[in-house]
Ligand binder design. Structure first.
Ligand SMILES: C[S@@+](CC[C@H](N)C(=O)[O-])C[C@H]1O[C@@H](n2cnc3c(N)ncnc32)[C@H](O)[C@@H]1O
Length: 202
């Protein structure tokens, strides 16, 4: 689902880059450590701040990423070009795609990053299944998500557009991850609002 103009403004601004790098990434690094080498995938890459973080903070060798909104794909390509990250043999590959039907081979990735995307996906359970499919056994999922408590919050609910049916609580998300062969490594959550977690693919 595409973002409304308010959320698009938040997600493409400098503050989002700061929060992703100084807060979300720091928390994920504490929970799951660095990738150090390997090829990783980011689902729903927005303006590309997660691609940049996967390269310079998590130490990925190569990053692939996609977004369901073609405008975001363009923004990410421009942002990463300006940061001189689109050059060379290991330049990120960015495409227009859907998390419920990932255009990648089975077991292709050493790690997958989800920075605030699954809660935007109507069929988020298929997206979890797809993430499990494209991760190699032993590969790692790094995830930051908004939970049902936030989606149903009367204030945020007025400002942001999210699918409303079948949104996940923390326990529902953990159950779905387990059902698709993930073992939780570590997590932090703010009640039923936000979760940061890492999980490994069995
Ligand atoms: C809240 S933004 C997060 C963007 C970026 N990951 C970040 O943290 O800055 C959610 C992103 O997911 C994308 N998105 C929504 N549904 C998607 C889907 N089914 N498949 C891939 N991307 C999707 C949106 O276009 C948007 O760029």
């Amino acid at each position: 689902m595409q973002l409304n103009s308010f959320e698009r403004f938040l997600v493409t601004g400098k503050l989002r880059r700061l929060v992703l790098r100084r807060f979300d990434a720091v928390r994920l690094l504490k929970l799951g450590g660095r990738v150090d080498g390997g090829t990783v995938l980011e689902i729903g890459c927005g303006r590309g701040f997660g691609v940049e973080a996967a390269l310079d903070l998590f130490g990925a060798k190569q990053v692939h990423a996609f977004d369901a909104d073609p405008a975001m794909v363009g923004l990410a390509q421009r942002e990463l070009t300006q940061r001189r990250l689109m050059a060379g043999g290991n330049a990120p590959r960015i495409w227009h795609g859907n998390a419920s039907e990932i255009q990648a081979a089975t077991a292709a990735y050493d790690a997958v990053f989800d920075f605030q995307v699954l809660h935007h996906v109507s069929d988020w359970r298929s997206a979890v299944e797809e993430v499990a499919r494209v991760l190699r056994p032993g590969g790692k999922l790094y995830l930051v998500e908004s939970l049902r408590g936030l989606i149903e919050n009367p204030i945020w609910g007025r400002w942001m557009d999210h699918p409303r049916d079948d949104r996940f609580t923390l326990s529902v998300l953990l159950e779905e991850l387990e059902r698709h062969g993930f073992t939780l490594q570590a997590k932090r959550n703010w009640g039923e609002q936000f979760v940061w977690l890492t999980a490994s693919r069995n």
